[in-house]
Design a protein around this ligand. Structure first.
Ligand SMILES: Cc1cc2nc3c(=O)[nH]c(=O)nc-3n(C[C@H](O)[C@H](O)[C@H](O)COP(=O)(O)OP(=O)(O)OC[C@H]3O[C@@H](n4cnc5c(N)ncnc54)[C@H](O)[C@@H]3O)c2cc1C
Length: 551
């Protein structure tokens, strides 16, 4: 468990100095906090909004080598990412799940090109990919991806990568950081930095109480993704800009609309200039992503008309499903924190990370990928190890994230869940989300009679609303519906309204007044509408909210 926010704030505001303050609670910051805390450093981490609310909740949900990066000859990156993928399968087996991909081909040229690429992909993983790739004949390809129209493909390649739930990965890493002594808090924004040679004082604004306080640390690491330049300017107003945000969007569909069973597909877009992923994920299928330079507000990326049209046209050009905007179940937009480079298009910019000194006691890190967060953390903690008095031996390659023995966990959870009459998919979802802590959620379900679904027909259970508010620092309704559970991404109604008891259960746990409860529902709705942008579904009907009430 990550602990309560109140307890974290008490520790942050106590007069003691920390060895390291990490700014940013996405995957990069979480990884740094765990790495440094497990080497023995006294670590604090503050996140301006909710944990993983930045890019780390908006990814394609892959833990992968990155087949696409071979086009740019990024052999080192692919090799490193493939090694990290394989390690993460061991460290977080409940969360990082192998998935077979089919790459359909329609002519000999494509077969030759992809065959060479996939051979290199296997070679860079030292032929330790889950299975080496193989060619599928036409019938096998059609059987693996039944929505492919007959006679359109000539065959395909089968290869393996992994998928995960990006927010849940961040939460597991943060929980381990806390177990190793780190103090973490969300809704705490760094608004000023006062760096000196022997340490730095950060002024932090608490968005929940409206107060500010100072945190002093020997070193500060800014792991703020696309906000990195903003942080750098707090310490050094004249610093040049380093990050170049690139926007990527995803659409999700109900499985009945885009029926993929177990296999994911890699499909060419309408212009055949890049490939799109079509991935069965939770109870939906997600399609993405785009890669476009983003000049807008970094706080509020959204899915625009053009993005939606591009992705829908791409799916419809490959699958004969005639999908329309009304079929979209969810949509989200994220910004890649790419490092400025010479390349003209953002798609050509490297996915490597970069570490830079901002001031004598402040270091920045940006770029990289979710998959390689552990290596990024190791590199930057090595960079400050001498200053904060820890060794250069990284320990995170051995620290389990969530569970050790999946089979025993499954048996234990299944036994208790069956007694409570919980559906099998809800039980599996609990294990996927919480690892060993699934038993803690079942305790809540049993004690408080909350074993039913949070929203009719969806996997998350009602008990999760209470558990996440109590034990995972979910402060707002949106934290629960968009991140701790992913209803806002896969449910056309985004978990809003009379179909959802989420607001009532959270409100009861956190002591919301009736007025606060309605404000939370409105804020969640506004956030989903803003992000879905051009993809608002008909099911997000305001009348649904009328029956929400305080308990
Ligand atoms: C569309 C898309 C698809 C992707 N798909 C994949 C994929 O499938 N696999 C993969 O490996 N990678 C993928 N990536 C890349 C990956 O998601 C990112 O590299 C990674 O999530 C970046 O994490 P981060 O922690 O550096 O940044 P973020 O997650 O953005 O975290 C930075 C945090 O800093 C906080 N912050 C900002 N300012 C302050 C402040 N003043 N005080 C305190 N906190 C602050 C922000 O609120 C934010 O939460 C994808 C990226 C995109 C955009």
């Amino acid at each position: 468990m990550i602990g309560t926010r109140e307890r974290s704030l008490e520790k942050l505001t106590a007069a003691t100095d920390f060895d390291l303050l990490v700014i940013g609670g996405g995957i990069t910051g979480a990884g740094i906090a765990l790495d440094a805390a497990s080497r023995g450093a006294r670590v604090a981490l503050v996140e301006a909004n909710d944990f993983a609310s930045g890019t780390s909740s908006k990814s394609s949900k892959l833990v992968h080598g990155g087949l696409r990066y071979l086009e740019h000859y990024e052999f080192g990156l692919v090799r490193e990412a493939a090694q990290e993928r394989d390690l993460l399968r061991v460290l977080a087996p409940h969360l990082v799940e192998p998935i077979p991909f089919v790459l359909p081909v329609s002519d000999k040229w494509m077969r030759a090109k992809f065959g060479v690429g996939l051979w290199a992909y296997d070679a860079l993983a030292s032929f330790k990919n889950l299975q080496t790739h193989r060619y599928l004949e036409t019938e096998e390809t059609e059987a693996a991806v039944p929505v492919l129209p007959r006679n359109k493909v000539k065959g395909g390649f089968l290869f393996y990568d992994c998928k995960n739930d990006d927010v849940r990965l961040v939460m597991e890493v943060l929980i381990q950081a806390v177990r190793h002594g780190a103090v973490v808090a969300n809704y705490c924004k760094v608004v000023n930095l006062d760096p000196g040679a022997d340490g730095c004082t950060a002024t932090v604004s608490d968005a929940v109480s409206g107060t500010t306080f100072d945190v002093r640390a020997t070193r500060v690491i800014a792991a703020a993704g696309v906000w990195s330049d903003e942080i750098e300017h707090l310490a050094n107003a004249g610093a040049p800009e380093r990050t170049r945000p690139s926007k990527g969007i995803h659409l999700s569909f109900r499985r009945s609309k885009l029926p993929l069973a177990d296999h994911a597909a890699f499909i060419p877009d309408v212009e055949r200039q890049r490939m799109l992923f079509v991935i069965p994920w939770l109870d939906a299928v997600i399609v993405g992503t785009t890669d476009t330079a983003y000049p807008g507000s970094i706080d509020h990326p959204c899915v625009e008309d053009e993005d939606r049209r591009y992705v829908l046209d791409s799916i419809n050009s490959v699958f004969d499903l005639g999908l329309t905007p009304a079929d979209i179940a969810g949509a989200w937009a994220g910004l890649r924190p790419l490092v400025m480079g010479e390349a003209g298009s953002t798609a050509d910019l490297s996915r490597r990370h970069t570490i830079y000194d901002i001031a004598p006691s402040v270091v920045g890190i940006t770029g990289g990928k979710l998959t390689t967060y552990r290596r990024m953390a190791k590199d930057v903690v090595d960079h400050v190890a001498g200053a904060i008095g820890v060794g250069t031996k990284c320990r995170t390659g051995w620290i389990r994230l969530g569970t050790v023995d999946l089979d025993s966990l499954f048996a234990a959870v299944q036994r208790r869940a069956r007694r409570l009459g919980m559906a099998r998919d809800a039980t599996e979802n609990l294990i996927r989300c919480y690892g060993d802590r699934a038993l803690g959620v079942i305790d809540v379900a049993e004690r408080e009679g909350l074993e039913g679904p949070l929203v009719e027909g969806a996997q998350p259970t009602a008990a999760e609303a209470v558990y996440c508010a109590r034990s995972e620092m979910a402060v707002h309704l949106n934290d629960l519906l968009s991140r701790r559970t992913r209803l806002a991404l896969t449910d056309p109604a985004a978990g809003i309204g009379s179909r959802s008891r989420a607001a009532e259960l959270m409100g009861h746990t956190l002591g919301w007044s009736e007025q606060e409860l309605h404000a939370q529902v409105d804020a969640h709705r506004a956030e989903v509408e803003r992000e879905r942008g051009a993809c608002l579904g008909a099911e997000m009907d305001p009348s649904e909210e009328s029956s929400v009430r305080a308990l």
